[in-house]
Design a protein around this ligand. Sequence first.
Ligand SMILES: *Cc1c(COP(=O)(O)O)cnc(C)c1O
Length: 302
Amino acid sequence: MLLELPIQKIPIQEIKIKKKVRLFIKREDLIHPQISGNKYWKLFFNINNYLTENPEKPFIITFGGAFSNHISAVSAVGNLAGIPTLGIIRGEELKDKWRDNPTLLFAKRNGMNLKFVTREEYRHKEKLTEFLQKEFSGALIVPEGGTNEDAVKGVKMMLNNETKDFDYLCTAVGTGGTVAGISKYCEDNQKVIGFKAVDDDSLENRISELTSKKNFNLIDSSFGGYGKIKDENIRFINDFKEKYEIPLEPIYTGKMMQRIFELIDENYFPENSRILCFHTGGLQGIEGANLLLEKQNRSLII
Ligand SMILES: *Cc1c(COP(=O)(O)O)cnc(C)c1O
């Protein structure tokens, strides 16, 4: 077992708002300093099962964008376990610029080999995966964002006795594995809301295939598109941190919380609802986001 069940409990904190609902956040981001949030749980069975099979020469391959939390997490696993890793990165133009990107620099320092491919090649990941499987037989190939059946199983660990007590369970959605796991393993009377960081209509079907339940709703919280950061997002994240001393990042958790606050204002949730949001981590992305914001002469995330 490489990844262990953390012994310390992940705290659930109340976020005090003067409204007729109660809002809580589960700090999954605190689970591990380098393998943060939902990525820890999505990798949990993928990595542990692979290592239990005792591969002769373990090797992990995965995919991601330039600021990917998943790439960051997999590189950290490789470094901690002494397993070589290969990251297939979207964007050939990064080939000579990865040193300027904190996520890719971190991955490289963890010993991850980076291979940059064009957006077109990246879009046809199935072809790439097929090729890699032949080229590196015996390697563990983890899909983009880590989403597969083992990942969904791992997300079950985000739920426990304490999370049963809430009417709504909220999480940000990228590839959908996390919301699928919460939907699959939560209590029958709980409602699940996935806040889409990506404006992608195919998500609903993909999530339905991974959970077999119909207890989830998807709400758009992409604020103009995946990875786009608006000034209002930065203001929200900075205000939130000042008020509640909880850091959020601008791609997933910041946009989810902002949308939840909007929904609360619109009385979307019935009175006395108990709402639990999962802080899925990803704080490593703030540094890279700030570098981009700085170039655009905009205010930074504090
Ligand atoms: C990857 C990620 C998500 C999305 O998880 P999916 O299982 O891909 O939907 C949400 N929040 C953070 C911080 C992430 O890094």
